[in-house]
Design a protein around this ligand. Structure first.
Ligand code: PLP
Length: 471
């Protein structure tokens, strides 16, 4: 006599039943009950579609329930959720200012100052000696002026915001004159011509892609001119038969014609005392030099070569900076207190002669001699812990890049680990490392995984080995 077949659908528990299981109920504080119910529902739905496809019968459902597979599936959704969003990673790409990985990591003391500002009340817009209202970036501006010169400064959310504020303040309803060779696109969404349009200014291109002279600017100037703008071609280089209008020449022209002038530096380089100079390594214009050229306003990013949190800084002459501050747009673009605290702390460290301690600066100045032992040490550790057959690790001389569109033609010699992933496959290895715990980002070159020790921070060496051990 054959037993009537049990309907597998009827063996599936309800969402409410599963939510009441102790091992599921204890997950609720991590996700909230609603999201947890959704994960339970999704897990049950998966089984349901397997039943529909004829891949799962009643016996299979019973067996899985006994093994605790449903609870495991819910847990894996919960864990996946916890790991998405912004999580710390190991940057082994060798790209020091990696925009996708958050650009400049700040010094631990700077991070501490940022956490303090975020978690407590602070003197953001009040002077504690007089009790009167003051400006949030008063102190920061004082520090910046000491660092790079100039008469006044103002800080906003990022350099894109700085450029927007600049164009809108001086050239809304008017024309902005720029060299045709400097109409840059930074990372897809920031194209100089588009930003100009949004700022309400009309772009007037002068010169040619490779050569622009002062006379070209002069010829384009008229009653409708609001601003003469120079833009550093951060992420590309024009070489060969070239000519550009220097900052000092543009500043002179602006003064002569009574038109404001500005220089968007993008990265901006500083070479303070007590730190190995970056000027010899990178080909980037210096902030101090740009300010000293006499240009009215110079703009640069906080989280590029300065090694600070995300910000945009505008430095220059007193009157033009006051006009920027009076623009109502400033209120929408201003810096938040956490970034402000981080910038102040970074500037203080540099002024105290501690620039060499800033992580990005240290990474950019690391030599082969310092990196080689690290690379060899990691290689030896990986050979011990990795269990993939035909996995090979060797240390070879390669190159790291500054990143974030600074000095695209500069390669810093770096001993790196070159990994042959064997049958695992290089793409699969890179993907597994990114999804792993801790996540590791590397670069792929000619079918090999390259791990660059230049961009490792304190503790990352151990994290890297942990990630490979888990493969
Ligand atoms: C990077 C860069 C920007 C944009 O700066 P963010 O800080 O990313 O907003 C603008 N102009 C130039 C020349 C740049 O290099």
């Amino acid at each position: 006599m054959t037993q009537p077949k049990t309907n597998p659908y009827r063996l599936l528990p309800s969402v409410d039943e599963v939510l009441a299981w102790p091992e599921i109920a204890e997950l609720a504080p991590r996700t909230g009950r609603e999201l947890l119910a959704e994960f339970v529902g999704r897990s049950i739905d998966r089984w349901r579609s397997e039943i529909r496809a004829g891949e799962l019968d009643a016996a299979g459902v019973r067996e899985r329930l006994e093994r605790g597979d449903l609870a495991r599936s819910v847990l894996s959704w919960v864990e996946r959720e916890a790991k998405s969003g912004l999580v710390p990673v190991v940057n082994a790409t060798g790209v020091v200012l990696h925009t996708g990985l958050g650009r400049a990591p700040v010094h631990p003391e700077v991070a501490e100052a940022m956490a303090r500002a975020a978690s407590r009340y602070g003197t953001l817009e009040v002077d504690r000696f007089t009790g009167l209202r003051n400006r949030r970036d008063d102190r920061l501006c004082e520090l910046l002026l000491r660092l790079v010169g100039g008469e006044a400064a103002i800080a906003v959310n990022n350099n894109a915001a700085a450029v927007l504020l600049l164009l809108n303040t001086f050239a809304a309803g008017k024309e902005t004159v720029v060299s045709r060779g400097e109409l840059v696109e930074i990372g897809g969404s920031f194209r100089m011509p588009d930003v100009m349009e949004r700022a309400g200014t009309k772009l007037v291109e002068v010169g040619t892609t490779n050569r622009t002279r002062g006379a070209d600017f002069r010829a384009a100037c008229g009653e409708r001119t609001g601003l003469l703008l120079k833009v550093h071609t951060s992420n590309f280089r024009v070489v060969g038969f070239t000519e550009e209008v220097g900052a000092a020449e543009l500043a002179d022209l602006g003064r002569e014609l009574d038109v404001p002038t500005a220089f968007d530096l993008g990265s901006g380089l500083i070479d303070p005392e007590g730190a190995a100079p970056l000027g010899g390594i990178l080909r980037e214009p210096g902030i101090r030099e740009a300010v000293a050229s006499g240009i009215d306003v110079v703009t640069f990013s906080g989280d590029k070569l300065l090694g600070a949190p995300q910000a945009g800084v505008l430095v220059g002459k007193r009157e033009p900076i006051a006009r920027l501050r009076a623009n109502p747009l400033y209120r929408a673009l201003r810096l938040d207190k956490t970034a402000l605290a981080g910038l102040e702390a970074t500037a203080e460290m540099i002024l105290a002669g501690r620039a060499a301690e800033l992580p990005t600066r240290a990474m950019l100045t690391l030599g082969r001699d310092a990196l080689e032992p690290v690379a060899e040490r990691i290689a030896a550790a990986l050979r011990k812990v990795v269990r993939i057959p035909s996995f090979r690790v060797e240390v070879v001389l390669d190159a790291s890049q500054p990143g974030s569109g600074s000095s695209p033609d500069v390669y810093l010699p770096s001993p790196v680990l070159r990994i042959d992933a064997g049958e695992f496959g290089v793409e699969a290895l890179a993907q597994t490392l990114r999804a792993g715990d801790p996540p590791v980002f590397a670069r792929i070159h000619e079918d090999r995984l390259m791990l660059d020790p230049r961009t490792l921070l304190e503790g990352d060496e151990e994290r890297l080995v942990t990630a490979f051990r888990a493969l």
